[in-house]
Design a protein around this ligand. Structure first.
Ligand code: NAD
Length: 169
């Protein structure tokens, strides 16, 4: 049995990790779609698909989970998005998502879609983590240790801060 989950993982945080650990108890293999793969270097999507894959692989090295990370670019065509995803991934039997659009699109194509339980949604949230990075607040405890290392390696916080600068005096 193979499960599919997609996220932007901007960045990959402890909420994502908890969901993946939970899913791994229900399925043999997990396909992890790296969503909006074409996006990077913006305030909402600072990290490249490659950097996000690094965050995931470095974290999951410490777990006995079989998974396939697949970068998936967005397309402006929601009604055929599921076929597009299927064309890029190994086959899967079940989808896990809390995202309403993802849920609707897969359900309409006959997939079983499970809504994972939320873990500390207030803090385990990409938006909150990026906000903290920008404001110089503590964010490191909200992501796996391996992700802290990757973000340091790529100077991720500096990138975010530079992106938030304006050219106005
Ligand atoms: P996300 O990184 O916000 O979340 C990924 C998954 O983790 C979601 O299922 C979410 O519910 C879960 N999650 C997040 N925080 C959690 C927490 N604290 N505890 C437990 N679970 C938590 O990513 P997302 O926005 O859901 O990603 C969907 C991707 O699919 C996007 O990249 C989007 O662009 C893409 N998409 C594209 C199209 C298209 O191209 N037409 C259509 C639909 C979706």
């Amino acid at each position: 049995m193979r499960g599919f989950i997609i996220g932007r993982f901007q960045p990959f945080h402890k909420g994502h990790l908890e969901v993946i650990k939970k899913i791994s108890k229900e399925v043999d293999e997990i396909i992890i779609g790296i969503g909006s793969a074409q996006k990077s270097h913006t305030l909402e999507n600072p990290f490249t698909a490659g950097e996000r894959i690094l965050m995931i692989t470095q974290t999951l090295k410490n777990y006995d989970i079989t998974y396939y990370p697949i970068p998936i670019k967005d397309i402006e065509f929601n009604s055929i998005w599921v076929s597009y995803v299927e064309s890029l991934t190994p086959p899967f039997n079940i989808v896990y998502s809390g995202n309403p659009l993802v849920r609707v699109l897969f359900e309409e194509r006959g997939y079983i879609v499970k809504k994972p339980e939320m873990f500390n949604r207030k803090e385990y949230s990409g938006t909150e983590i990026r906000r903290r990075m920008l404001n110089g607040e503590k964010w490191e405890h909200l992501v796996p240790k391996a992700v802290v290392e990757v973000i340091k390696e790529i100077n991720g916080v500096e990138r975010l801060k530079k992106l938030s600068q304006t050219d106005k005096i």
